[in-house]
Design a protein around this ligand. Structure first.
Ligand code: GLN
Length: 445
């Protein structure tokens, strides 16, 4: 049914870069025969899903939506790929994204223009646009995305699905093609909060192959799906409702807050005073790390290689032709921020601001169990509306990037519609307290 659905809607929506039809159907047939023999399946066994095209899949092209990796076939699986396979899920294919996960609209893909299923004139959000669309349009039962500064939550909000950015260190990054290593996390996009918790059960947990993976006691996340939020302390950070936030979005979130109060939550305003510095700090740190991570694409070991008379010419032409404009802009920004003479003024300063932002959250969590805000300042925007102005695009990330700088978890859940387009409510939690986010989010299900 999912394969049929992909055939029917994906020519318009373009969520998929690769569809593994034969492989998926063969796997499904195996599950069918298990069922025929009366075997009891485990919770995710036989569930058709798809992955953003920056997670390595052995033998299946992993392109990062870049010309640079157009023909790259990984010789190994990401840890999440292995874990989902072990859980018995069926991989339907790989999903479109902004090139190397840099963007907020999926318009930076080298290959395809993914459309928002609610209105095809609008972007699906990004960078995990394909993942959000695949789930919203029933082209996959769930999808994995990655979130460096909002790339799971913002497209989830724009497409009306649930998206979880787990705590940094909760889900292994082994085999996730790096954008900004100190910020990147993989997480699930799903139709429901329950599905989300089920997928987290399968993918989260310590992995010795990722040096930043944390050996923590992984709970059964479905245990938190209880309809009880009495006494839950919820903070409303006032900086997330200020300038640039569409008043209709703020209103939509208010009605969600009222529901939580009615159900017994204790809600109060709070402040995260360094929020206004989150965008500059994020775009310095993320680009600095990206400039280093993307140095490996030199045409020598793998990926695109341009013809040239000598080796230096080959490096240069490979990178000039292989990367798109946004990726180049970020490599230049990041290289500049890291260069001697500028390092202290930009990179080091940004790291200090990052600490202040983290401390804002630490203080807020002394009083509150979770914090609540809009996931994005506006509903989805139209194609082309922001792509000509990178700064406008960066500013639209104000409600999501502080969470990655602090390393904490956050979930976006559907919160109604504004001008016919879905909006999302973001719940932010303490490190490794995804459970409380699921508990709060579940009240809306
Ligand atoms: N929009 C942000 C960026 O372009 C976040 C992207 C992401 O989370 N991968 O960097």
């Amino acid at each position: 049914a999912y394969i049929d659905r992909i055939h029917n809607v994906d020519p318009d929506l373009q969520a998929y870069l690769t569809v593994l039809e034969d492989q998926a159907l063969a796997q499904a047939a195996e599950v069918d025969s298990k069922i025929a023999q009366g075997e009891v399946l485990s919770s995710l066994e036989g569930i058709p899903m798809a992955m953003k095209d920056n997670m390595c899949t052995e033998g299946v092209r992993t392109s990062c939506a870049s010309k640079m990796l157009e023909n790259f076939i990984p010789p190994y699986n990401a840890t999440v790929t292995d874990r989902l396979r072990a859980a018995g899920t069926i991989l339907l294919g790989k999903l479109n994204m902004d090139e190397f996960a840099m963007g907020s609209s999926t318009e930076n893909s080298y290959f395809a223009k993914t459309r928002n299923p609610w209105d095809m004139e609008y972007v699906p959000g990004g960078s995990s646009g394909g993942a959000a669309v695949a789930v919203a349009a029933d082209e996959a039962a769930f999808a994995l995305g990655s979130d460096t500064g909002g790339s799971i939550r913002q497209p989830a909000a724009f497409c009306g699905v649930v998206g979880m950015k787990p705590t940094y260190g909760a889900v292994s990054r082994y085999g996730l093609i790096a954008y900004a290593s100190s910020l990147d996390q993989i997480g699930p996009l799903t139709k429901t909060v329950r599905d989300n918790a089920l997928v987290m059960n399968a993918i989260a947990g310590y992995d010795p192959r990722d040096s930043t993976s944390v050996p923590y006691e992984k709970p059964d996340y479905t245990k938190f799906l209880v309809n009880d939020i009495k006494g839950l302390k919820i903070g409303i950070p006032r900086e997330y409702y200020g300038e640039g936030i569409d008043p209709d979005v703020a209103k939509g979130i208010q009605s969600g807050i009222r529901t939580l109060i009615d159900l017994g939550a204790e809600v109060a305003e709070c402040s995260l005073p360094h929020t206004e510095y989150a965008i500059p700090a994020y775009y310095l740190i993320a680009t600095a790390e990206a400039s280093s991570n993307l140095a490996r694409y030199d045409g020598v070991r793998y990926g695109y290689r341009a013809e040239a008379a000598d080796v230096l010419g080959m490096f240069k032409t490979t990178r000039a032709e292989g990367f798109g404009p946004e990726v180049k802009r970020r490599i230049m920004l990041g290289t500049y921020a890291l260069s001697s003479g500028y390092y202290d003024a930009y990179y080091l300063k940004a790291q200090k601001v990052r600490t202040l932002i983290k401390q804002d959250f630490d203080q807020a969590f002394e009083k509150f169990d979770i914090l609540l805000s809009p996931t994005a300042p506006t509903p989805a925007f139209k194609f082309g509306e922001k792509s000509a102005n990178p700064l406008a695009m960066y500013l639209s990330d104000i409600t999501t990037v502080p969470i990655n700088l602090a390393g904490i978890p956050a979930i976006s859940i559907p919160a109604g519609f504004v001008k016919g387009l879905p909006i999302g409510m973001q719940l932010m939690g303490k490190a490794f307290d995804e459970g409380t986010l699921y508990r709060a989010a579940y009240t809306f299900e």
